[in-house]
Design a binder for this molecule. Structure first.
Ligand code: GLA
Length: 432
């Protein structure tokens, strides 16, 4: 329980009213989960290899209003879902949920997939870990108004929102680390994306104004406070920087893009070659099982492509280490430079951008007040993020809009949302 800085009482009331109408219950009985989107300034694409990452949430995200279903409500379904974004409603019974046998039979469009399957996946994960579920939910889910969430981990934000709702409806006490694992089951096993635990860790562990550091192998995590945050958290962080999101206009769910899983396979192939070279091929083929000096010694045995993927992994881990130090000492210039270098490594070594996103990255680097920029999330579509001097954020915004429409007039004009959004840091997900 708790309050959220990014939500107004009137927004919450709209959701409470919708669920009250759906369920025939009173608005005051409706609980709301707020599940924020995340950004990852440093540590891109190394979570699935057991690397170290840094993350924060922003003051935008998913809201899910719900009430536990009455047992008597309908014997054929105990879960009733509606969405502010997609039409129709989804109904199923909590004991119907099982892992789809054939992953290829999963819906492939973002529209179908993002909806009933995240709730089914949440039930699957909770049941797989032997949680006793008796209550379903009647719920309404929506995202921050008009925001294109591609690249901001909307998928993990939705998964976590359903997990927290089912847990609350069933009076389950679950730790953040358990929920990190449950969300991994939703994404890896239920939806078939071989991603790491960056997104859900950020959403579940972050605290306002802090940088969340996570070692994805050991699950050790820390909140890194900028200097003086303890004395005056609001003032110190609000005045110094803003988080700028710059949208490319390209949207596609990661589950429907083979690029992500292909890169994961390439990293594992690189790890296999290196582990064989050092005579340690009995362990899981993850780059975190290879030491930096072992990579340096044996990188000549990797093909050009695999050497680039491994180079990204090892250099990104190092940037996270330095970035944590820069953040802790309040050195935004250094922090920004590392973010930009991370963006460059994503383009050159991980090769995960696409033309509009690379153009956007280059535009951001020239925008007034920008400390550093990179693709947000996987970088196959969606948006770039930048840390920008708060006093120059508006100037940066108009520069970026103007420049992007020169490079991508069609994409820029088709966008039904703003090209640029200026945000603040957020909190972790919770039931309000
Ligand atoms: C997506 C995945 C994460 C992570 C990022 C890239 O958001 O879901 O696990 O790999 O891409 O850093």
């Amino acid at each position: 329980m708790g309050s959220m800085r990014w939500l107004s009482e009137s927004e919450l009331n709209v959701i409470r009213k919708k669920v009250a109408e759906m369920s025939g219950r009173e608005a005051k009985e409706v609980r709301v989960v707020a599940s924020p989107y995340r950004i990852c300034p440093l540590g891109a694409h190394i979570d699935h290899q057991g690397g170290t990452v840094s993350a924060m949430t922003i003051n935008k995200g998913i809201l899910l209003g719900f009430v536990p279903s009455y047992d008597s409500q309908d014997i054929f379904f105990k879960v009733l879902l509606r969405s502010g974004q997609f039409k129709g409603e989804v109904r199923f019974s909590i004991d119907e949920v099982q892992l789809p046998r054939d992953k290829n039979s999963l819906p492939t469009s973002h529209e179908e997939c993002s909806w009933g399957n995240y709730a089914r996946g949440a039930l699957y994960a909770l049941q797989k870990r032997k949680n006793n579920l008796k209550q379903g939910i009647t719920s309404f889910i929506c995202g921050t108004d008009g925001l294109d969430s591609s690249g901001l981990s909307s998928s993990a934000a939705v998964g976590i929102a359903y997990l927290l709702a089912f847990e609350s409806a069933n009076n389950l006490t679950v730790t953040p680390l358990e929920n990190i694992e449950y969300d991994r089951l939703i994404e890896n096993e239920y939806l078939g994306l071989r991603n790491g635990i960056l997104d859900q860790s950020a959403i579940l562990l972050s605290a306002y104004g802090c940088l969340t550091y996570m070692d994805c192998k050991t699950k050790e995590h820390k909140l890194i406070r900028p200097p003086k945050l303890k004395e005056d958290p609001e003032k110190e962080t609000k005045n110094k920087y803003k988080i700028l999101l710059a949208f490319s206009g390209l949207k596609q769910a990661l589950t429907t893009n083979p690029g992500y899983n292909n890169r994961v396979n390439e990293c594992r192939d690189a790890a296999r070659v290196l582990l064989r070279a050092i005579g340690n091929d009995g362990v899981e083929p993850l780059l975190s099982n290879v030491k930096l000096e072992e990579f340096e010694k044996h990188k000549c045995e990797l093909s050009e492509t695999l050497a680039k993927r491994a180079e990204h992994y090892f250099s990104e881990n190092e940037r996270v280490r330095k970035g944590v130090e820069a953040w802790a000492s309040g050195n935004m210039e250094e922090f920004g430079k590392l973010i930009t270098a991370s963006g460059l490594s994503s383009i050159k070594n991980y090769e995960c951008g696409c033309e509009p996103l690379i153009q956007m990255y280059n535009i951001l680097l020239k925008a007034p007040g920008v400390y550093g920029a990179r693709f947000s999330g996987a970088g196959f579509r969606g948006c770039c993020i930048a840390f920008v001097d708060a006093d120059k954020a508006l100037k940066a915004e108009s520069y970026i809009k103007n420049e992007y429409s020169k490079f991508q007039p069609e994409l820029a004009s088709q966008m039904n949302t703003e090209t640029v959004l200026i945000c603040d840091a957020g909190d972790c997900a919770r039931v309000i």
